[in-house]
Write a protein that binds this ligand. Structure first.
Ligand code: RI2
Length: 330
């Protein structure tokens, strides 16, 4: 627990815990929740000392960014919301609080608008009669598929179950509610079924400067199978999932989650020498990606660096790693 713990509002802790436990999940939803938490924390601050307020907000942001390591949307959202705190124009706690609260709202609004734009750009890639395969539960990917369907295209969707947490069930429910035809499939069947797939659309947790996409574990195998059959593989993502850190060569930390998501505690006790590896994400190389659908348009993966430079500027190399790497690969 952070030393400033007693000063954070309970709602901020709740949001942080829900992100850590994946009750709030999906890179975009995590970013929005973090922005909201910063707004709540700013509102709750009682003091009058501007430097103390800044320190307090930095500590809240540390709590939030420590929850999950892979989706860069989380630190990106936090830095964006807290940006006014480094402006010389802010001279009082009142001004600082107002600025953080308004940036938090603006981020949530931007994220919602971005999904709409992604849907509009992305739906053009889908054709009437297409079978589209999607993996895990990505609102960005779903928005593309749903938009195409709403515009009258007859789309069938293959949804992978997405072990170990089965987010494919959530995707199935969302798409069924819209009236789409769904086939829920185990991801182990993807290569066998790829001959029946016209396009793949998935989301992203992080897009690296070289155009590689970090997404739910299994994505890169799907991309490999699509590549083999020359099936187009699209990634739908907001630009706040592009990583400025990778511009200077930082490696995206891959989250390893607890063994209990894979096997029962009972089974582990029965076999004390059994070690379980449960990586939550993998990396799909840019060569396997036909296009990245963003709110700014559809870009080739190799243009990721241009987007990063445009949005974040050319990053300055620092001696400190911007984010800690918490991996259990034992
Ligand atoms: P949206 C999810 O991660 C999945 O990997 C999904 O593809 C990605 O976030 C993007 O989701 P997790 O939080 O932002 O389920 O498009 O581990 O909703």
């Amino acid at each position: 627990m952070h030393e400033d713990a007693h000063r954070f509002p309970a709602q901020v802790y709740e949001i942080a815990c829900k992100i850590r436990e994946m009750k709030i999940r999906g890179a975009g939803r995590i970013a929005k929740a973090a922005a909201e938490a910063l707004g709540v924390a700013a509102e709750d601050y009682k003091g009058e000392d501007l430097e103390d307020f800044k320190m307090y907000m930095v500590n809240v942001s540390k709590l939030l960014t420590s929850t999950r390591p892979t989706a860069v949307s989380l630190p990106n959202a936090v830095s964006w919301v807290l940006k006014p705190l480094s402006s010389p124009d802010i001279s009082s706690v009142q001004e600082a609080k107002a600025a953080v609260k308004s940036r938090a709202k603006a981020f949530v609004h931007y994220a919602d608008q971005a999904l709409r734009k992604i849907a509009e750009f992305g739906e053009k890639l889908l054709t009437d009669g297409d079978t589209v395969l999607t993996h895990c539960n990505s609102l960005a990917a779903i928005s593309v598929i749903v938009e195409a369907f709403r515009r009258g295209k007859n789309i069938q969707v293959f949804v992978t179950e997405t072990r170990p947490k089965y987010q494919g069930y959530i995707t199935s429910e969302m798409l069924l509610k819209e009236g789409l035809r769904i086939r829920l499939i185990p991801e182990t069947s993807v290569r066998y079924l790829m001959k029946r797939v016209d396009k793949v659309v998935v989301g992203a947790d992080t897009v690296a400067a070289n155009g590689a996409v970090v997404n739910k574990i299994g994505t890169s195998l799907i991309a490999l199978a699509a590549h083999e059959k020359a099936v187009d593989f699209f990634v739908a993502t907001e630009t706040f999932k592009f990583s400025p850190y990778t511009f200077i060569g930082d490696i995206v930390p891959i989250e390893f989650r607890p063994p209990s998501e894979i096997v029962s505690e009972e089974f582990l006790k029965m076999h004390p020498r059994l070690k379980v590896l449960n990586p939550a994400f993998d990396v799909t190389p840019p060569d396997f990606i036909s296009g990245i659908i963003t709110e700014l348009g559809i870009i080739p993966p190799k243009s990721a660096a241009i987007i990063i430079e445009e949005i974040y500027g050319r990053p300055v190399i620092s001696m400190e790693s911007p984010r800690g790497v918490e991996e259990d690969t034992s």
